[in-house]
Design a protein around this ligand. Structure first.
Ligand SMILES: Nc1ncnc2c1ncn2[C@@H]1O[C@H](COP(=O)(O)OP(=O)(O)OP(=O)(O)O)[C@@H](O)[C@H]1O
Ligand SMILES: [Mg+2]
Length: 235
């Protein structure tokens, strides 16, 4: 690309588009275990870019601010340039994943209201959980900002959960990352099957847990593609 590369993570490259915007190019890599496991799935980047775009547009329609501006090409998003906060914010509707290992909570238990958690993006430390005190001390966000972020998570959940339900599926949990634009914190990064857990009512898994659990890459690929096709029909 003719743009200056600003950085690169495990699944996306970031380029400078103009003063206020970046390009996020979604790669075909799939990773798990804080980057310990890495593979390539052809066109996974295209699918995740398009899935993210549909979810971001749906949030914007409901008045929830995101970095999404438009698509530059099939795997590259034009986004508002944010000063990213290295925190992963997780909302859980149903228990699975790390929470059932950490706490005496059983797989599939329902959280009503949902549980919101904060984790430091730090692969070497395996993304430790944060509370308001940690985030203030580490100058990540103030308590007031953290409370605002929690409200955005709950509003975003209503939209995302609603869409997933219309697809006949169940949204177990999802992760968002936020960044600063002036003095506001808005949703950045991506919203895809890499960052949410979705199953059907019989327990069939659609998301990156397929890869985490060692399913063949073709199974992961076809699940991501099927999810995008079904999402297109409900947005
Ligand atoms: N709107 C945005 N403006 C600027 N940077 C962004 C924006 N949205 C996402 N990013 C950044 O893009 C980078 C690449 O994303 P990717 O998901 O590949 O990173 P990662 O592997 O999760 O890890 P890391 O954030 O540690 O690089 C991330 O650093 C992310 O914070
Ligand atoms: Mg990432």
């Amino acid at each position: 690309m003719e743009f200056t590369k600003l950085g690169e993570g495990k699944t996306k490259e970031v380029y400078s588009f103009d003063e206020q915007h970046v390009l996020l190019k979604f790669k075909d890599t799939v990773t798990a275990g804080d980057g310990a496991k890495v593979d390539v799935i052809k066109d996974k980047g295209v699918i995740n870019a398009q899935t993210s775009a549909l979810f971001f547009r749906a949030l914007e329609r409901e008045g929830i601010k995101t970095h999404y501006v438009g698509m530059y090409d099939e795997r590259t998003m034009i986004a508002k340039r944010l000063k990213m906060v290295p925190v992963e914010v997780v909302l859980r509707n149903l228990a699975t994943g790390s929470i059932v290992k950490r706490l005496p909570i059983k797989e599939g238990e329902v959280f009503d209201p949902p549980i919101v958690e904060f984790f430091l993006k730090d692969d070497a430390r395996h993304d430790p959980m944060l509370n308001y005190h940690h985030m203030e001390f580490l100058k990540l966000m103030t308590r007031k900002e953290a409370e605002q972020v929690e409200e955005v998570m709950v509003r975003a959940n209503k939209v995302l959960k609603g869409l997933v339900e219309r697809m006949g599926l169940v949204l177990y949990d999802f992760k968002l990352e936020f960044g600063r634009l002036g003095d506001e914190l808005i949703i950045g990064d991506e919203i895809s099957l890499d960052s949410m857990r979705v199953r059907d009512r019989e327990g069939r898994i659609y998301d990156k847990d397929l890869y985490r659990k060692g399913q063949p890459l073709e199974v992961v690929a076809s699940s991501y593609a099927e999810f995008l096709e079904r999402l297109k029909r409900v947005v």
